[in-house]
Design a protein around this ligand. Sequence first.
Ligand SMILES: Nc1ncnc2c1ncn2[C@@H]1O[C@H](COP(=O)(O)OP(=O)(O)OP(=O)(O)O)[C@@H](O)[C@H]1O
Length: 583
Amino acid sequence: MEMKIGELTKRNFATCLGSQTIGALLEEIYYKPLSYVLVMTGKTVSRVFHIPDLYWGMPLGEKNTLDNISGSKEFIELSAKEDIGVLLNMEHDLAVVFDDDHQPLGVIDNVPMINKLLQFKRSRNKQIGLDYYEFDNIIDSLDVDVFITDGEGYILFLNPAAEKVCGIMKEEVIGKHVTDLEKENLISKSITMEVIKNRKKINILQKMNTGKTVLSSAIPIFNEAGEVSRVLSTSNNVADMNELLKRIEKQNQELVVKEQQLDLMREAVFGRNNYACFSKGMEEIKETVIKIAPTDLTVLIQGESGVGKEVVAKLVHSLSSRTKHPLVKINCGLIPENLIESELFGYESGAFTGANKAGKIGKIEMADQGTLFLDEIGEMPLLLQVKLLEFLQDREITRVGGTKRINIDTRIIAATNRDLKEMVQQGKFREDLYYRLNVFPLRIAPLRERAEDILTFAEYFLGKFNDKYILNKKMAPDALDLLAKYNWPGNVREFEHVMERAVVISNTDLIAAAEINVLIDIKQESGGKIFSTGLMPWKVAKKELEKQLIKRAYDIYKSTYKAAEALDVCQSTVAKMLKNMAE
Ligand SMILES: Nc1ncnc2c1ncn2[C@@H]1O[C@H](COP(=O)(O)OP(=O)(O)OP(=O)(O)O)[C@@H](O)[C@H]1O
């Protein structure tokens, strides 16, 4: 059954006589949520005014009576009992609805829209689309604020969500102009007028008198003549967005805390593994280790002997998820060639004479779930390189003398002080194995190339050996100078040994340069050898060498006596030559 006109009728109207002045009328209805005024002549409705139009005209004609002004809407009269089908194809915008006694019951506005809905519904012959009232209900139930004005900025509608955000009642503001809301400080800035002016969508942040800040978005709706006939504003509570942002921020903070905890954990790991660094290069290695440790990437660490390759390998393992499982080290250079295969792969009982009867598991198997550290990989015999390559490809081993394939899950870290690439070129190392290992290469620079690390190491090892020997020794500045100038052919390992011996042998609590000097002996700096890089006359070369040695010794000791002692010449020679050089 079709709806009746009475069900669609809005009761937001007032009646009055045509002799009433506009001023008096508006004063009377000011606070009421009304949209229309019906001017009565006896029992007949003679004119209908849209209340916002009256506000608009008021400054000019406050004293005018309704009979005297223009602007009445065209309308049609309908009975409440009629089916809504009568609206079909109706040309008027507005209908005034009467009851059985011909008393005005209300109005139906926006008839064309209802019309369209009806047509739509009928064309489908079923209940598709929404009834007019359903729209009202839906907009009222929306959690989004909806605020509608006419094309001049007079407020026509706001839903409960908008009432809440603005802190105003519909009744208070319907029919008012948006600029009044600004004047009354109900909103900070009207977006509606901007939209009317610019004829396009605008977004702004609005502060409401409720203290809430909303992000408003308003769009113009145009009539057929291309004029802005309505402005539809919706807004989102910034507090809700802020709430969301706060939540995101909180999560970010939690992440930062977690990151810090992770940093602390890493520091603890670094501390435990005795990794000291100061130079940019070493910091970079530390950062890289932090990044690659959690992955299962194979790492190839290259660098001279004693630079700290094993330290780095341990770090990678400690910071990986495999840390609870063993880090198994195999020094490929130390195991006799005939044993290395069984060392790596293990053997079954009775595999060869002299072997343990029960058999033995190899290092690779021991490293299952953990990390296998192949130190001195450059020393691995070529034949075994093939077997290692096979394992790296299949991740399976067969014990010597056995047939069973055993699946192994291990991470590989290899280290070498040899130039593997060069070995590949010389045919001493398998190219395919080289590429299998060189997945993530790390090169650790020799100590002489990272002089910035020396002071850090001095402090670090001083602390370490003071603790070890329960001492409290310090380094004299010239002793530190000396450490910084030496070129450390044995790298960190040599440095560590020198520091340990210095702590142990120094006679006082202050380790002096002379005590360091005894340990590193400047004459050994280049193994006691002097290299020439070009040819020059004998005498000139001799002179140049003398100058260089004197300068070097004096730079280190800052004393002609000590320099003379180190160079094994008399003090006057050093003093004289320094003087000549200065002239
Ligand atoms: N960054 C570092 N922080 C603290 N100690 C370090 C560092 N680097 C190296 N060392 C110390 O130097 C010594 C040599 O380090 P490590 O054994 O790791 O060197 P390597 O490069 O593996 O040497 P090799 O090639 O001879 O096996 C170790 O005692 C180690 O503790």
